[in-house]
Design a protein around this ligand. Structure first.
Ligand code: ATP
Length: 316
């Protein structure tokens, strides 16, 4: 069982255009519309692969109503809290050169009261299950509380026990605070740029990532995956370090590949698979997402076939 939390769901529009010129009128004939947000995308991926998934979070305004009705057709259960404001729009433009331009609204504010209501829901839901779910805290939150996710980690471990597996896919200051706290997540997935920002060090290659995996800020996190887009990833699992090598593919839209990766990892952990299989699922899901127009969507057939072409090189 997997529970994902999305504090900033979105209505996504993806525009595929022949050309995209700043300061000009750019027309698009076939926009793709979908519901998004990191936890929703990760939850969808894990559910497509076969996990029992519930997604939880907040929705606001007219966009919130649209998202809620679209969620009824998704392969997972939902439990969203209605708050004031307006759920955000996120626009991606993919031009023929495969340049990806994104415009993402801030989204409704998560007040202290909302933050408290959400964590109570997560704890209540998790306590009711026969087996503790894997909990994935995903994506940015528009909040004044920069320690919101650190607070969540502390409360979750205090209420559900230290064995609870919490995956986080967050970045920036929120991730800084999470890593500085005494309560650690089981898994983090910064991309290479977020990793550089986190450590305040220029990181240009996978070798640079490997060199900094023992940084003091990363101590106590059992599973670190630094995703590197088309270059695959670098992973650290306890004392093992892997160069995760993926074959080149002809991508269509890589937006949301990181979310799909987290969904694949959550699925594999939920199934109790080995670290090697877990990494293969994570990568194959990211790649499968990049082969689709839709954001945060994978096909089970492509995941199963891509998985066989991922090379894991253990770095001693
Ligand atoms: P997002 O924020 O859009 O969800 P991200 O920046 O968090 O993505 P990436 O590092 O871009 O995550 O991608 C995650 C994984 O998806 C990669 O490790 C890889 O397996 C796959 N992937 C992403 N982009 C490509 C690409 N261009 N070609 C092949 N695979 C890709």
């Amino acid at each position: 069982m997997i529970l994902t939390v999305t504090l900033n769901p979105s209505m996504d529009s993806i525009y595929f255009t022949d050309t995209f010129t700043l300061g000009e009128m750019n027309r698009c004939s076939n926009p793709v519309k979908a519901v998004g947000g990191k936890g929703i995308n990760a939850g969808r991926t894990a559910a497509i692969l076969g996990s029992d998934v519930t997604t939880l979070g907040v929705l606001a305004g007219i966009n919130g109503e649209l998202i809620q009705s679209a969620l009824e057709h998704e392969p997972f259960n939902t439990d969203f809290l209605a708050i004031s404001g307006e759920s955000r729009n996120a626009v991606t433009v993919m031009d023929q050169e495969k340049n990806q331009t994104e415009i993402v609204e801030l989204g409704p504010e998560i007040t202290e009261k909302t933050a408290q209501q959400i964590i109570e829901k997560v704890i209540e839901f998790s306590s009711q299950q026969k087996k503790r779910p894997i909990i994935a805290l995903c994506g940015s939150a528009n909040t004044k509380n920069e320690r919101l996710y650190q607070d969540y980690l502390q409360k979750l471990q205090a209420q559900l026990g230290s064995e609870i597996k919490i995956l986080t896919d967050i970045s920036g200051t929120q991730l800084q605070y999470v890593l500085q706290g005494t309560t650690k997540p089981f898994f983090i997935k910064p991309n290479i740029h977020e990793f550089a920002e986190l450590l305040g060090i220029p990181i240009r290659s996978k070798n640079d990532v490997v060199e900094h995996l023992n940084h003091p800020l990363l101590q106590g996190i059992p599973f670190i995956l630094v995703s590197c887009g088309g270059d695959g990833a670098v992973a650290k699992y306890n004392e093992q370090i892997f160069d995760v090598i993926i074959p080149p593919i002809d991508i269509i839209n890589p937006t949301g590949s990181g979310d799909a990766t987290v969904g694949g990892i959550a699925f594999a952990i939920d199934q109790g698979l080995s670290i090697e299989e877990t990494l293969r699922y994570g990568m194959a899901c990211g790649m499968s997402n990049a082969l689709e127009q839709a954001v945060g969507y994978v096909s089970i057939e492509s995941v199963e076939s891509l998985k066989n072409n991922i090379l894991l090189k253990e770095i001693k």
